[in-house]
Structure formats: C-alpha cells, structure tokens
Ligand binder design. Sequence first.
Ligand SMILES: [Cu+2]
Length: 166
Amino acid sequence: MHIHKYEKWWLTFGAAMLIAFLVIVGVSAFHGGTHPNNSKWTINYEKVDEIAPFDNPGVHKVEGKDWDYEVVLVASAFSYNPMEIEVPVGSKVRFIATTKDVVHGFEVAGTNINFMLEPGYVSEKITTVDKAGEYVIVCNEYCGTGHAMMYSTLKVVDTDDNSNSH
Ligand SMILES: [Cu+2]
C-alpha cells in the first residue's frame, strides 16, 4: 500500500501530539497531583450556614488528625468567608469548601489548589503549604456581575517556631 509523503507526515504529527498530550495529562495528574474532586460529600446549599462545619467558617487549628489546620470556607456571590486565610509555612492543611448559591471557583494562584465549588457539594483538598508567601485566591468560574471582584488571600507565614534560617 502506498501512502503519500505528506500523509505520513500528518500521521506522524497526529500520533506525536497524542503522545505529548497523554504525557502532559499524566505528569500533571501523577506528579503535580491534579485530580478531579470526588464530590461524595453533599450538603443542602440553602442551609449551609446552619450545617457544621460551615456554621463556623475560618481557619481552625486541629489536634490528633493527619493535618494541622482546617480551613472552612463558604463562597457566595461575590465573596469568600473568610476573606483572608493565614497558615504557618510547612503545615498540612485541609481545605473544606462549598457555595451558598451558584457555582464558584477557588483557585490559589500559583499552586495546584484549585476547586470548583458547586451548590450542594463540598470540595476538599489536603495539602502541605511549603512555600511562604501571599497568594491571591480567585474565583475562576464566572458567577455573575461581581465575578471580577471575587477574591481572597492565602498568607503562608514564617512563624518563630519553624524559622531556623535566621
Ligand atoms: Cu466568580
């Protein structure tokens, strides 16, 4: 069977792109830790304020768990509660988040912390914050007229306990 030269180039290009995309997806999933949320935890989105732990949003230090801090976060048009999150560098943090109204995003810019917040579902992520700094948290799901104003801040701070560099 004769295959035209250009056809061969095109087949090679197509196969190479397929391999490249699979490598990118594989590296981001298994090395970068990018996975879809399993969304097994559901909630009545009309009663978020009354249901634990969302009746007490904020940053909570916890004992006897596999993580050091729990960040309970409630999104609603067009803000996050809490407005600002502060955790010490090196701590293991469990983010627990949901929305009271429409779909919102929760992306900590420059990290792989990035959830979609869907009404009726709780999104979770356990991660270690190992780089000090101030990160902007943005809503990356268009949620209405105030969408562009919807942001928050994650401060990963160097505390006296674990700063031994100076
Ligand atoms: Cu938004």
